[in-house]
Structure formats: C-alpha cells, structure tokens
Design a protein around this ligand. Structure first.
Ligand code: GLC
Length: 413
C-alpha cells in the first residue's frame, strides 16, 4: 500500500459509505471522522453516501458535508447485521442483491462519478457492496466497529477484501487482534473513537430533567442517579443493570438512588434486541417501579451524562470499543465498566473508572455501592476521568491520525 494520494486542494476525494442512518456508535464515530477529514490543513473533497434515510443525514449536513442518500432496497435493508452472520442471511443477501440490480447499478454509478481516492465503508453491507465496486485507483478503507470473527459473513468477506489490498481501521486493539486471526497479513491500524471534549464536558446538573423524561417523580439533588446509555441490543446488559440495581437497594434500603435506561431499538430486525415491554416487566417483577425509569434515545446525549451521577457500562459480550464510556468520562462522570473487549483499553481500573467482571451482577452492585456511598470517590473518579478523556480521546488528534490511516501525506500525521 505505497500509493500516495494527491494532496493539492480539490484534487483528492474521499467517499464515506454508511449502510445505516440512525445514530448508533458507528454512525457517531463516522461524524467525527468526517469532521476530522474536513479539519485537515489541506482538506480533500468529502462526500457521504448513506444507504438509508435517517437522523445521520441531517447531522452530516450540519457539519457542512455533502451527503447523498441511496436507500438500500427492502430485501437488503431488512436484513440485520446479525442475520448476515447466518448462512441463510448470506443467501438472502445474495438473492436480495440479485433482485436489486437497479440499486447496484446506481451505487456503481455513484462511486464511479465521484471517483474517490479513498473509499471508506462503515459497516458490513457497505464493505461488501461498495467494496466490490471500488475502482482500482481507490484505496478502500474498511472501518471495523465490531468483532468480525463472530459473524459468519465477515469471516468470508474480510479475508477476501484483505487479499485485494484493502486497508482496515479497527476501533480498538481487541478488534484489530480479532481481525488478525481472520486475516493474518491484513493491513490493519487501530484508530480509537475520538470525541468532542468541548461538547462532552461538565456542566449544569439537571436530575429532574431525566426524571421527567422517564415519567418519574422529581428525585432531588441528593439522589444518586445511575444510567445505562445503550441501544436495545441484548448484549448491552439491560437485565444485568436492573438486577444489580435491585441488589444494591436490597443492601441499602434507605438509599436515595435512581436508575435510568436510556436508549432504544435501532434495528428493524428483532431477535437480538430487548423491548421496552420486556424491561418494564423485569422492573415490575423486581419491585423497582418508581426507581428504574426508561428514557428513549436522546439526540442531546451530552445533556444526559451531565444529568447522571454515574454511568454504567454493562455489556455481557465483548464490547468492541464503548463510546459511551469515553463520553461519560469526558463529562466528568465516574463510570463502572464491564471489563471486556476493547472497553478494557479505555480506562485505568480504580483510577479513571471502576471495572467489574462482565456479566457479574453482584460485583456490579458492589461497585455501585462504593460510588453511592462516597461523594468523594465520585468526585475523584470524575475528575481523573475527564483528564484522561481529554488527554487520550479528544478528537483534535483525529485529523493527524486519519491522514496516516487513509494515506494522506499532508504533514499532519
Ligand atoms: C459499535 C461498537 C461500539 C463502538 C462503536 C463505535 O457500535 O459496538 O463498541 O463504540 O461501534 O466504534
């Protein structure tokens, strides 16, 4: 991969292809990548091709990026990424693609017309579809947001892409290592998610705002609020969080504590997600009505962290990166982190956050008790967390890193 890309203004072009347009972690990371590329001293022309309509489009436009929407035809759109991992899913993808020749022709035209020097794809469907259409002159950069080895389609597609000289960007060392097991000679670089630490920052504490969103009575300033901010994917550990809340309250019956689950489903496909009804039943069964509230996904997520006292990351399967962890740290919040996957790379245990064994509700409850009972510990962890986030995850470092990862030699890397 020694091809060097043109750096003169207006000559280099980068096309980002996003298979989804909701605002999950991968899409929010894409927004930061687009911001960073536009912040290069000699910025290339940037265009984003979104294969769905959704809130990502407006966010990209707000950044001043060119955006084009080319929605996937229904047979392809309705196939969830989890479904892609099954043989039947692969078959459906191929059949869907075959039935969508008009779409494929338009996609090919989009790529050809823009003629990018760098083609960045942000999810499996884009890796496969746009990757197959990448012209010889373009550097294809596949952004790995998930553990590839657990997805059957990825285990076939990624080694094939690696053989074609594709560059891979992994969101953590854990994800890169997992990829290397599939494609030992693959060209992979780790680029951590980076966040806007001016947006995710300490600020006004508004606990009643959260209570109101959840339809709960105001909690008052002395109440300690714990929050889980996540999509409704099952492995994000919603049930574990609620169970730990019950254990905590059993040990501290008079404690003033609240628990919020903030987020919602993002995939049209079911099966791999929890539902609000299921969570409400669980809350009811554990006798936690009035103590645990559900809040839908909030566009202003920075305000959510500020309104919480503690963020809980409860993933029960290896977390590829875990953006919410660094967002909350930057917001000066203590975070309890399930020690799993790439999430382990984001903090120093006991110093910038507290870790617990993934899936262990009693250890999580014990860590919750530590922060519940010590305002001093919360303050100390929060302050160190902010320092660490600013030092290690501020997005001001991204332009230089992307110049390196994408192959720009504009002197910024
Ligand atoms: C995916 C991963 C998550 C990561 C995000 C951004 O959503 O599951 O861990 O934070 O991508 O890379």
């Amino acid at each position: 991969m020694s091809r060097s890309l043109p750096t003169e203004s207006g000559k280099s072009r980068i096309l980002f292809v996003s298979p989804a347009a909701h605002l999950g972690g991968a899409e929010r990371c894409l927004l930061d990548f687009v911001w960073a590329v536009r912040a290069l001293p000699d910025p290339p022309r940037v265009r984003v091709l979104s294969l769905a309509q959704g809130p990502l489009v407006a966010e990209l436009e707000a950044l001043g990026s060119e955006v084009r929407v080319l929605p996937l035809p229904a047979p392809l759109a309705n196939l969830g990424e989890a479904g892609l991992g099954r043989a039947s899913g692969t078959l459906r993808l191929l059949l869907g693609a075959a039935a969508s020749t008009a779409f494929l022709a338009r996609l090919a035209r989009e790529v050809r017309t823009f003629s990018p020097h760098v083609l960045h794809t942000n999810g499996m469907k884009a890796h496969l579809l746009a990757g197959a259409l990448a012209s010889r002159g373009a550097r294809h950069v596949v952004h790995l947001h998930d553990f590839a080895s657990s997805r059957r389609l990825a285990t076939a597609v990624l080694p094939w892409l690696a053989r074609r000289g594709t560059r891979f960007v992994a969101n953590s060392r854990a994800v890169a290592q997992d990829f290397r097991a599939l494609a030992p000679h693959g060209d992979v670089k780790v680029v951590y998610n980076a966040i806007d630490t001016d947006r995710f920052c300490p600020g006004a504490f508004e606990p009643d705002w959260l209570a109101q969103r959840a339809g709960l009575a105001p909690s008052g300033d002395s109440c300690v609020s714990f929050g889980l901010v996540a999509t409704y994917a099952k492995w994000k550990g919603h049930h574990l969080f609620i169970e730990a809340a019950q254990r905590l309250l059993a040990g501290h019956p008079h404690a003033s504590a609240r628990f919020y689950v903030i987020g919602g489903p993002i995939y049209a496909t079911g099966g791999s997600q929890v539902s609000a009804g299921e969570l409400l039943d669980h809350i009811e069964r554990l006798g936690l009505r009035g103590r645990v509230g559900l809040i839908p996904f909030q566009l202003d997520v920075a305000r959510v962290y500020r309104a919480l006292n503690v963020l809980v990351h409860a993933s029960t399967a290896p977390e590829p990166f875990g953006r919410t962890i660094v967002e909350a740290m930057a917001s000066e919040r203590p975070v309890l982190v399930a020690r799993t996957g790439g999430a382990r790379e984001l903090f120093q245990d006991g110093e910038t956050a507290l870790g617990f064994e993934s899936g262990d509700a009693s250890e999580l409850a014990a860590k919750m008790a530590e922060v519940l009972t010590s305002a001093d510990l919360r303050r100390r962890l929060g302050a160190r967390a902010r320092e660490h986030a600013v030092e290690s995850f501020s997005r001001t470092r991204l332009p230089g890193q992307l110049a390196g990862a994408f192959g720009w030699s504009s002197g910024t890397s």
